[in-house]
Write a protein that binds this ligand. Structure first.
Ligand code: JFZ
Length: 587
């Protein structure tokens, strides 16, 4: 049955990538890390872009260093909190865009050891604490943007209030500060798990490759993230956009979501929009259920402590990860190329873990398609006595469809998300084709479509490119379906004009052309993050009289180039076309 297996490519490819490159194995197995944005900017407490936002002259900004004395800094306490949360690696800002090094750098005296009354090297202390606790230490490094150095040059965000762009000699910064500091970080702090580069806009392909060569020459096993360059495909793993959760099958390389606990990275007293533990755990399982890593951020205060509310959240998350460790660490994401409405799914050899959201706990049992193995046992991971759950498996010859129905306890077994473990007989054997699941709505997601160019853009005539997305999928329940377009709209955008032309849908000889409207907001979408909100647009109805394989085509200017040359700032898009949701009209 020729069904697109696009969805499985991403996950299978990721697994092959990890197996093919054992350097990544520790990182993909770790699944969950702590991001730390800490620097002089903690003093004004308005986030790490304050110098740029206020165009603070370098001489003014340097005065912050004289006041920066984080005497309450305790590396062991930070590492212990990360461990308590269930985080397996720490990525800390060694040097952010303000140019201030949070370690004793000989390459630039503008650093915490030489320029502050504190005089200690927190990265050295963190390296010792991490080694002792078995946590992998990693560094964030802003290798292109540096508002302190006269010759740093980014394509957009430069210090133009102290320095003249036309007088910049990038090589002086690149060879005189960035590369020497990377050498210090890679030779004086022991094993570095990864370097997390950032905002590489304007860095040439050659300089990007030079940075990669430089890192490899010093610590060959140190992983590098994709933001090392704005040229596509560089680095060992993909850093998604800030707070961006990928879609299943979207990346063929391992990927990671950098996420804030509120909506800011560096310490700020202004941003009190905090994610709840419930929301954080659902986002964590959503990410790992797609084979991704979650890098969750804290912004320590100027005295060297992590804000209590952040610590509290991490401890709450840690209680859950502690109980469900086997369903998290060392697992693979779901083999099924569909977003599961009731939660998420991870696997390991001989096991499938169903992460069921408590507020979606199906009282009349949970049905799942696609597991070919015989299931030996099913139980709730949080149930100490591992009481076996009743279940039934069936196989529909004609549809080649394996289904499993599990009778769940009346009440969820855990807090927030309750994991149901399935023990399988033999090698994991899953049907990875794009198939309607027995329960819930069915979504055709953009990464699982074959994308084709339908019409070239004509900028002069103001005619946008039109691309086509074609899904081939297995429909289990024939009938009439409401079609809902799923878009992520940036919160500062009005809806009008976001879709400049009607969306065209075609399947089984039925055609719909509709200008999408902002009909419903799906505020519950775990995959949609700040600064986007998920919007549903009613597109009309299609009827399929037969179960089986069907194709559906969608034409829109909002379908993106599947093979772009450059990476992009994720939140640059006013709207993202994400999926087409099929909701059976007769229930
Ligand atoms: C960058 C930094 O500017 C910011 O201060 C923070 O360190 C963050 C983790 O990274 O900001 C970005 C960079 C890239 C995207 C979004 C914010 N992106 O690609 O969507």
């Amino acid at each position: 049955m020729g069904i697109s297996k696009a969805g499985s490519t991403g996950q299978e490819e990721q697994n092959r990538t990890a197996e093919r490159d054992p350097r990544k194995a520790w990182w993909t197995a770790a699944r969950f890390g702590m991001f730390i944005h800490w620097g002089l900017y903690a003093l004004p407490a308005q986030g790490e872009w304050i110098m740029y936002a206020q165009k603070t002259p370098v001489r003014e900004y340097e005065k912050l260093a004289q006041r920066f004395n984080p005497t309450e800094f305790d590396a062991k306490a930070w590492v212990a909190l990360a461990k308590e949360a269930g985080m397996r690696y720490i990525v800390i800002t060694a040097k952010h865009h303000d140019g201030f090094a949070m370690y004793g750098s000989k390459a630039d005296p503008f650093n915490i050891v030489d320029a502050t009354p504190f005089g200690r090297d927190p990265l050295k202390e963190l390296a010792e604490a991490c080694a002792e606790a078995g946590i992998v230490l990693c560094f964030y490094y802003s290798h292109v943007i540096d508002w302190h150095h006269p010759h740093a040059l980014h394509k957009e965000h430069n210090n133009t209030w102290d320095y003249k762009l036309e007088e910049k000699r990038f090589a002086e910064y690149f060879e005189g500060k960035a590369k020497p500091q990377l050498k210090e970080l890679l030779t004086e702090y022991g094993r570095v798990g990864l370097l997390w580069f950032d905002t590489a806009g304007g860095l040439s392909e050659e300089d990007s490759k030079d940075i990669v060569r430089h890192v490899r020459s010093l610590q060959p096993d140190c992983l590098i993230n994709s933001r090392v360059s704005h040229f596509m495909g560089m680095g060992d793993f993909v850093s998604k956009g800030d707070n961006e959760i990928g879609m299943s099958g979207e990346d063929t390389r391992p990927w990671e979501t950098p996420m804030t606990l509120n909506q800011s990275w560096g310490y700020t007293t202004k941003d009190q929009v905090w994610k709840t533990a419930d929301s954080l755990i659902k986002k964590l399982v959503n990410v790992i259920g797609k084979g991704g890593n979650l890098l969750l951020n804290v912004g320590p205060m100027p005295q060297g402590t992590i804000p209590e509310l952040s610590a509290e959240r991490l401890r709450e998350v840690g209680e859950w990860t502690g109980r469900n460790a086997e369903a998290i660490y060392g697992t693979d994401g779901s083999p099924f190329p569909v977003e599961l409405e009731w939660g998420a799914l991870t696997t390991r050899p001989g096991r499938v873990y169903l992460h069921v959201h408590n507020d979606k706990w199906p009282a009349n049992g949970l049905r799942l398609g696609g597991i070919r193995n015989r299931v030996l046992r099913a139980y709730c991971l949080a149930d100490q006595s591992r009481t076996e759950l009743e279940f039934e498996q069936a196989y529909d010859e004609e549809l080649e469809l394996h289904t499993l129905e599990i009778r769940l306890p009346d009440e969820p077994a855990d807090q927030y998300v309750s994991v149901v473990a399935l023990e399988l007989e033999g090698e994991n054997d899953f049907d990875r084709t794009l198939t309607q699941m027995p329960d819930g709505v069915f979504q055709l997601e953009v990464p699982h479509a074959k994308i084709s160019l339908v019409r070239e853009a004509d900028e002069e005539a103001g005619i946008p490119v039109i691309r086509g997305a074609e899904w081939t999928f297995k429909l289990v329940k024939p009938g009439t379906y409401e079609l809902l377009l799923v878009s992520f709209k940036r919160h500062d955008q009005a809806w009008n004009g976001l879709y400049p032309e009607p969306i065209l849908l075609e399947s089984a000889g039925q055609v719909i052309a509709v200008d999408p409207r902002e009909d419903l907001a799906d505020s519950d979408s775990p995959s949609c993050q700040h600064p986007y909100t998920a919007v549903l647009s009613r597109m009309g109805q299609f009827t399929w009289d037969q179960a089986g394989v069907h194709t559906l085509t969608l034409l829109s200017s909002r379908l993106k180039d599947p093979a772009p040359k450059f990476t992009e700032i994720w939140h640059a898009d006013a709207v993202k076309l994400r999926a087409l949701r099929l909701v059976r009209v007769d229930g």
